[in-house]
Design a protein around this ligand. Structure first.
Ligand code: PMV
Length: 333
């Protein structure tokens, strides 16, 4: 049996960091998909290749539960997401099968655009299908949250939820349970630019927590303001009021700066985008490098901003909304 599974990546439009404290975030799946092809093999070994997720490529084998690394540079973390997904499915199904798995990604790992959750969901759907297990969107999102927690410590489950469902939605943790309310909104012209992250998400969250613990009253007010922005942005996106959305992005960015998560290179990109005509621009994701998101009035203006940002970042693109989410199909016997 041969299967093809894929999952979109995502962009957080409003509310990152505050979401960790139970406030809402507005999040959108984007059409830069992680694609996984997998076929059953008869020798019981799971062979995994991630050629694009590290600079020199990576090969792994799982033999009787033992992981053998064939070739690696700095993509060990992504390898861990794949390995833990396979092991978790083998544990749940109480069975195993040999497989050849190829993971391809349109985006690099670790720039705050949800490649980890997309890798888990695409690999999870592919390997579970080989095992004869059917997983619905809720189950695959739960698996992704679980594996993210195993590998990186803590996960709000925001990426896992929007990547499984696709579309755009308001996410929040209700008593630690991820809840995604999908919205019917028109497509908005969005540009995303990324650079290398200086520190990982977990550490960024820990640094914000340290500020929160030290200045609780003030930081709580900042989170409440971000929450008000996110809620207003949700109304404005439904009204397709792009000018207001841009202003709200700038306000959200100012508050993220106040939490200390911006840096010189991100500020450069943010202001270059605004000077080139963006209606608004902000950090997206954990900050300290990673990505920025810009709102434009139309596609032409978006293309112009892409040109302006290109020399100053590692990648920039016009982001299209994905409305499908994670999916799998059988492509051969
Ligand atoms: O990993 P990133 O860069 O997509 O950022 C995660 C977003 C945070 O709100 C900072 C953390 C979280 O778990 O939601």
């Amino acid at each position: 049996m041969k299967v093809l599974a894929s999952a979109p990546t995502k962009v957080t439009l409003f509310g990152e960091h505050a979401v960790v404290y139970g406030f809402p975030a507005l999040v959108m799946a984007i059409q830069k998909r992680v694609e996984v092809t997998a076929s059953k093999t008869s020798d019981g070994v799971v062979r995994i290749e991630l050629p694009e997720l590290s600079s020199i490529g990576l090969k792994l084998e799982i033999r009787n539960g033992e992981v053998e690394i064939k070739k690696v540079q700095n993509a060990l973390k992504h390898a861990s997401y794949v390995v833990e997904t396979i092991k978790e499915l083998q544990k749940r199904a109480n069975q195993s099968c040999g497989a050849k798995i190829m993971v391809k990604s349109k985006l690099p790992a670790g720039v705050g655009l949800g490649t980890s959750a997309a890798v888990i969901e695409a690999v999870g759907l592919a390997y579970s299908t080989l095992l004869g297990i059917t997983m619905d969107k809720k189950e695959i999102a739960q698996l992704a949250k679980h594996v993210e927690t195993l590998v990186q410590g803590k996960s709000s489950g925001m990426d896992a939820s929007i990547i499984s469902q696709g579309g755009i939605g308001l996410f929040r943790l209700e008593n630690e349970t991820p809840v995604l309310q999908r919205l019917e909104a028109k497509e908005i012209p969005i540009v995303i630019a990324y650079i290398k992250k200086v520190i990982p998400t977990g550490e960024a969250v820990a640094r914000v927590k340290a500020i929160f613990e030290k200045h609780k009253d003030i930081t709580k007010t900042i989170f409440e303001a971000i929450c008000a922005i996110t809620e207003k942005a949700t109304r404005k996106i439904l009204e397709n009021d792009l000018n207001s959305l841009g202003e709200l992005m700038n306000l959200n960015h100012g508050l993220l700066c106040s939490l200390g998560v911006s840096n010189l290179r991100l500020e450069q990109l943010i202001h270059l985008a605004r000077d080139a005509g963006a209606l608004g621009s902000k950090i997206t994701g954990a900050g300290f490098g990673g990505s920025i998101v810009c709102l434009l009035k139309n596609e032409e203006s978006a293309k112009n901003v892409c040109q302006v940002l290109k020399p100053f970042c590692d990648g920039v693109f016009l982001a299209k909304r994905d409305n499908i989410g994670a999916q799998v199909q059988i492509i051969g016997s």
